[in-house]
Design a protein around this ligand. Structure first.
Ligand code: ZN
Length: 273
C-alpha cells in the first residue's frame, strides 16, 4: 500500500494569535501541538520558534528548549526552518543547524512574500547546503518558483545535495505563484527523477485543495497554522491536529496508509538523533 507522509507546520514566523487564538508559541505549547499532530498522523514537524514577546527568532537556545520539549513527548521528525522570518540575514537563519536536527528547510531562490521579499542568492543557498551536508541534515528543498527547481539542480550537480531528494513546493504565497492543480503538475514534472515532494499551499482554499493535488500526483502533504489557520471558509481551525486529521482521512480514503516517523526516517535516510 502507498504511504502518505504528512508534515505539520504548527506556527511559522508570521502567523499570530490574532489570526488564530490557538496558535502554539511557548516550548511546552509547541510540544503539545507537535504531539497532537503526530497522533493525528503527522510524521514531520516543520518548526519555527518565537521569543518571549512572540516574535520570530532563530536563536539557538530558544530552538534547543523547544526541541528538547518536543522530543520528550513525541518521536516526530523535526525539520527546522532556515527561512526564518522576512529580513533576517543568512547567518542568523542558519543558527538552528548547530543542533543537528534530522531535517531543515532550504529555500532555493528569492521570492516575493506579500509586500516583502526573501533573498536567497545561489551563494547563500550553497552555504546553507554545505552546512546541512556537514551536519548530516536532510534538506527540504523549498521551491516557490520554477526557477528555484532549476537552481536546486545546480546544487545537486555541485554535489552539495545528495539523494534522496525531498522538495517542498510552495504555492499561494501572496505575490508568488498561485496554487492550482495544473501549476502543481508543472512543478512536479520539473523535479529530478525519483524525488520525493511535499506540497505546501498557502491560504485556506489552496491548502485544502492541495490535499487532493498531492494524492493525484503521488506527492506528500503539509498542513498547519504556518500555511493556513482556517478549517473551512470563515471557520478557524481549532488546532493544527484538526488539519492533519482531515488530511490523513483524505489520504486514507485515497488508498494511502499514513507513514510513521520511523518509516519516513528510512525513506529519507535520516540520521536519528
Ligand atoms: Zn516555515
Amino acid at each position: 500500500m502507498r504511504k502518505m507522509v504528512l508534515t505539520c507546520a504548527i506556527s511559522g514566523a508570521e502567523t499570530t494569535r490574532e489570526h488564530n487564538p490557538n496558535l502554539p508559541i511557548t516550548a511546552s505549547e509547541l510540544a503539545d501541538a507537535a504531539t497532537e499532530a503526530r497522533d493525528a498522523g503527522a510524521s514531520i514537524l516543520h518548526l519555527h520558534v518565537r521569543d518571549k514577546a512572540g516574535n520570530p527568532t532563530q536563536d539557538v537556545e530558544v530552538f534547543r528548549e523547544a526541541i528538547e520539549a518536543i522530543r520528550a513527548k513525541t518521536d516526530i521528525i523535526i525539520e527546522v526552518t532556515t527561512g526564518g522570518a522576512v529580513g533576517m540575514p543568512l547567518k542568523e537563519r542558519l543558527q538552528p543547524l548547530q543542533l543537528k536536527p534530522e531535517m531543515a528547510s532550504l529555500d532555493c531562490g528569492t521570492t516575493n512574500f506579500g509586500n516583502d521579499y526573501i533573498v536567497n542568492t545561489l551563494p547563500m543557498m550553497r552555504q546553507a547546503a554545505k552546512e546541512m551536508k556537514k551536519q548530516g541534515i536532510r534538506p527540504t528543498l523549498e521551491c516557490f518558483d520554477i526557477s528555484h527547481i532549476d537552481a536546486s539542480k545546480i546544487l545537486i550537480k555541485e554535489g552539495l545535495i545528495e539523494p534522496p531528494f525531498h522538495y517542498g513546493l510552495v504555492l499561494g504565497v501572496p505575490a508568488g505563484v498561485n496554487y492550482d492543480a495544473d501549476t502543481l503538475a508543472f512543478f512536479v514534472n520539473r523535479l529530478p527523477t525519483d524525488s520525493y515532494w511535499t506540497v505546501i499551499a498557502i491560504g485556506g482554499k489552496a491548502s485544502l485543495y492541495a490535499n487532493y493535488g498531492a494524492i493525484a500526483l503521488n506527492g506528500y502533504i503539509r498542513q498547519g497554522f504556518e500555511d493556513n489557520v482556517y478549517y473551512s471558509k470563515g471557520v478557524l481551525a481549532t488546532s493544527n491536529a484538526q488539519l492533519i486529521e482531515r488530511s490523513a482521512n483524505i489520504a486514507r480514503d485515497g488508498g494511502f496508509e499514513i507513514a510513521t516517523p520511523d518509516e519516513v526516517r528510512k525513506l529519507f535516510k535520516l540520521k536519528k538523533p
